[in-house]
Design a protein around this ligand. Structure first.
Ligand SMILES: [Zn+2]
Length: 474
């Protein structure tokens, strides 16, 4: 069974050309223009007329926490170290049923926004297998990185707290290393089901003991998985890491052989110039999260400097309760604007660079450099049809217009692996209406379940607040 998308303005690299794309067995089998495009359409079992529409590669959201789609509307006027107290409290009360609803709610939003690929950095490993199944159901291409860690931020940051509060905040504690190994062994057996590929998801290197860092390295070797982790997101983390690792946490990761082109790190706001060079030399991808970094006041990634040093870069929305909606258009615009104030305009990121971060950069982040991110023969048919007519521009067919003047409302259809997953204002991969209704129905009981832990989070907030200020003002 094959399909032709005809009369489309096809984005090839950075230029639009009118033509047709033939899709067979989930991949782009041929691209043709002019008379050849007509001939291509005759080879197809069915044809979609995309007259007036742009055909672009699907976007990749290179850093996302799907469970947080259940946390929309919760506390987000706090820096990460305090915000996390609440998010962890909620997160512990998300059961597998709610997790599935959160994953599919996020998937519906992303498919509507033209996102075909996502790295999901969650949930904790003990809920890994159930989440894997929900991702298969989503129809999306997923880098699935369930996280693991065994070091609390309050210990890393040197915060003091009464014993009773500590017990409350730490709850049941971390999953043992054996469980981490077992879950990844189980996931290795399912790897590749649907469009889901497993990644190792250490929460952050500084949140792993030396023993767990050893396990991370072992699991890489044993299963051949790539990795996804947070890195140097906030200034408090940078201060604490400098105290624990005098040569820097990035050098420590390199010493352990953890830096390579199968690793994506989220944020990297507080990387030193030397650390940026090291990531560039090792081929590591940095997922830039401009909305989240602004929302949490984490800082501004010097993205132009990273690019000049040759660091691979992608774009991520982070959690729904830090970055807001998973809207690649908003993220691309923020990425171009966030570093401009006070910097030399020679270095400013332009629209084409931001678009590349959201497509080819995301492909690198997912370990699919030659598979997705561009429209080309042989690549996966992860494609989006965009209505550019609304921009009413004299220059509608250029990446600049696409980035600056389009948004989710312009997305007409989304295809992953040759299957339409969103079209005519309807998600086709799963029953979106039921998912929305079930999530809303679950809300009251979920809030009730969280009440006790939220009370502990508020107590911890009061205790941590002056200590965080002292750390940052030291
Ligand atoms: Zn994150």
């Amino acid at each position: 069974m094959n399909l032709c998308i005809a009369n489309a303005n096809i984005l090839i690299d950075t230029a639009f050309r009118r033509g047709a794309v033939l899709i067979e067995r989930g991949r782009i089998a041929a691209i043709a223009y002019g008379d050849n495009a007509q001939a291509l359409a005759t080879r197809a079992a069915s044809t979609v007329d995309a007259n007036g529409l742009a055909l672009i590669p699907g976007f990749v959201n290179a850093h996302h926490h799907s469970y947080a789609n259940a946390l929309r509307g919760t506390e987000n006027a706090l820096p990460l170290e305090l915000w996390a107290l609440y998010t962890v409290a909620y997160g512990r009360n998300i059961d597998e049923k709610l997790l599935r609803l959160a994953i599919l709610t996020g998937a519906a939003e992303m498919l509507r926004n033209g996102v075909t690929g996502v790295i999901d950095h969650s949930p904790p490993v003990r809920r890994g297998p159930a989440s894997f199944a929900a991702h298969v159901e989503s129809g999306m291409r997923v880098g699935f990185a369930p996280f693991f860690h065994d070091t609390h931020d309050h210990d890393l940051l040197g915060f003091k707290m009464p014993a009773a509060l500590r017990a409350g905040v730490e709850g049941l504690g971390f999953p043992p290393a054996d469980l981490v190994s077992d879950v990844f062994a189980q996931l290795a057996g399912a790897n590749g089901a649907g469009r889901v590929r497993v990644l190792l998801g250490p929460n952050a290197p500084q949140r792993c003991s030396p023993r767990l860092l050893d396990l991370w390295a072992q699991l890489r070797e044993r299963h051949g998985f790539g990795s996804h982790t947070h890195l140097l997101e906030t200034r408090a983390q940078a201060i604490a890491c400098a105290r624990h690792w005098p040569d820097g946490i990035v050098v420590e990761m390199d010493r352990r052989g953890l830096l390579d082109d199968r690793l994506t790190v989220a944020h990297g706001v507080w990387l030193t110039p030397k650390e940026r060079d090291l990531l560039a030399a090792r081929g590591v991808t940095v997922a830039h999260n401009p909305a989240s970094n602004l929302m949490l006041g984490s800082g501004i990634l010097p993205a132009a400097d990273l690019r000049q040093r040759g660091v691979r870069m992608a774009l991520g929305s982070d959690s729904a309760n830090t970055g807001g909606s998973a809207d690649p258009f908003e993220l691309m615009r923020l990425a171009t604007m966030i570093g401009r104030v006070g910097s030399d305009w020679e270095s400013w990121l332009d629209a084409e660079t931001a678009f590349a971060m959201a497509t080819t950069g995301g492909a690198s982040a997912m370990g699919l450099r030659n598979e997705i991110g561009k429209i080309g023969t042989g690549r996966n048919a992860d494609l989006v049809l965009i209505d550019i007519s609304n921009t009413a521009s004299t220059e509608p067919r250029c990446v600049e217009t696409l980035v600056r003047h389009c948004g989710p409302a312009a997305v007409r259809a989304t295809m992953v692996g040759g299957d339409w997953v969103y079209r005519d204002d309807k998600v086709l991969a799963f029953d979106e209406d039921t998912i929305r209704r079930d999530l809303t129905d679950a809300a009251a009981e979920f809030r009730e379940r969280c009440a006790a832990e939220l009370s502990i989070a508020r107590d911890a907030h009061r205790v941590f607040d002056p200590q965080l200020r002292a750390l940052l003002n030291a």
